[in-house]
Ligand binder design. Structure first.
Ligand SMILES: *[C@@H]1O[C@H](CO)[C@@H](O)[C@H](O)[C@H]1NC(C)=O
Length: 351
């Protein structure tokens, strides 16, 4: 586990800070910015609370959001499976698997690197990860059925209502061997592999289950190649993987290697580095585009193992270029320095 940036070397601290910035960018609700300019403890507490407010399913007695109740209790029924649980996407009631899984990966990365600094929020952060990983375990039926989405985005968006009262169709969308989804299966694999590291200290047997399922997901992703948009159609357009699926394969293999120590995943990266664009020139790290994150993980791996071969040098350079792009403020930042690639006020939701 990495130390907090306080005493770390410059480049390492830079890597760390960008990871924090990115995790925060992707995780914190905009409302956090309205609170005390640098009360990060309060921001962190509100962040984990935000995830509780987004929960779908039967809520446990530990639920801290008093105005939320059970919802989506029949999710999956239309396909004869139990798909209760997980997270609603935003203000709507759709459960979009692709960004939900990325959220689990990023929450896990935050806990893996900074769990020791989270104080009393560590338990809430782990609970947030597990709420998502429990759902991912339900949504993947090995070897090759993955439920990608619950809820029809068009029907849902045509009538805004609280999930406890919703009566919109809870249509279930799947990918499988004949209609594959390498991008979404890759992200599911990354999420469970990362979650296995984050949750291992608190529950070893659950972490084993996450890791073994992550391996199966990766095999499914790699064996049956295709974009989930091409398999399930326009309903995937809300979170279409515009960057293709190679970044998810790279990202998943990298997390699987870190979670398992199994060298075959590193071999996979080395042997497929060209098509995977392993040392790509990323200017964004997002729910769609993960190459920069994988490069940072791989560069860290190379640093800690003293690897200096040509591939690692390239990947490390790619990671450093990406980090410099943020550190040198080539992107807009919030008043307190949080970098962001896309101005949310300029990004309109798909229709
Ligand atoms: C595989 O997924 C496609 C796309 O969602 C679906 O149309 C098809 O029915 C699925 N196949 C099976 C055997 O369920």
């Amino acid at each position: 586990m990495m130390a907090p940036p306080r005493n770390a070397g410059d480049s390492r601290a830079a890597l760390v800070s960008v990871v924090v910035a990115l995790a925060a960018l992707l995780s914190l609700p905009a409302a956090v910015r309205a609170f005390g300019a640098s009360d990060y403890q309060d921001a962190l507490a509100k962040c984990t609370l935000f995830y509780e407010a987004q929960r779908s399913g039967a809520l446990p007695s530990s639920n801290r959001v008093s105005w939320r109740g059970d919802s989506g209790l029949l999710d999956g029924q239309l396909a004869g499976v139990d798909l209760t649980g997980g997270y609603y996407d935003a203000g709507d009631n759709v459960k979009f698997g692709f960004p939900m899984a990325f959220t689990v990966t990023m929450l896990s990365w935050s806990v893996v690197e900074y769990g020791n600094s989270m104080g009393g929020e560590l338990g809430n952060a782990r609970a947030a990860i597990r709420w998502g990983s429990d759902y991912i375990l339900k949504a993947f039926q090995p070897p090759s059925t993955l439920y990608a989405q619950v809820g029809n985005g068009d029907a849902d968006h045509s009538c805004w209502m609280r999930p406890e009262n919703m009566d919109t169709p809870r249509t279930v969308y799947q990918v499988n061997a004949s209609s594959p989804g390498t991008d979404i299966a890759g992200e599911f694999a990354a999420a469970l592999a990362a979650a296995s590291i984050a949750l291992r200290p608190s529950d070893g047997s659950y972490a084993d289950k996450l890791l073994s399922t992550a391996r199966q997901l990766f095999t499914f992703a790699d064996t049956y190649r295709g974009l989930y948009y091409d398999s399930i159609g326009p309903q995937a357009r809300f979170y279409q993987s515009y960057s293709g699926y190679n970044d998810e394969l790279l990202w998943a293999a990298t997390w699987l290697h870190r979670a398992s120590g199994d060298g075959t995943y590193l071999d996979y990266v080395v042997n497929n580095q060209g098509p995977l664009n392993a040392a790509g020139s990323a200017t964004e790290f997002s729910w769609d585009s993960k190459t920069a994150g994988a490069d940072i993980l791989l560069a860290r791996q190379a640093l800690s193992c003293g690897q200096t071969n040509e591939l690692y040098t390239h990947i490390r350079m790619a990671a450093e270029t990406f980090v410099c792009y943020f550190v040198n403020k080539q992107v807009p930042t919030t008043p307190n320095g949080l970098g962001y690639c896309q101005d949310p006020t300029l990004t309109s939701a798909p229709t």
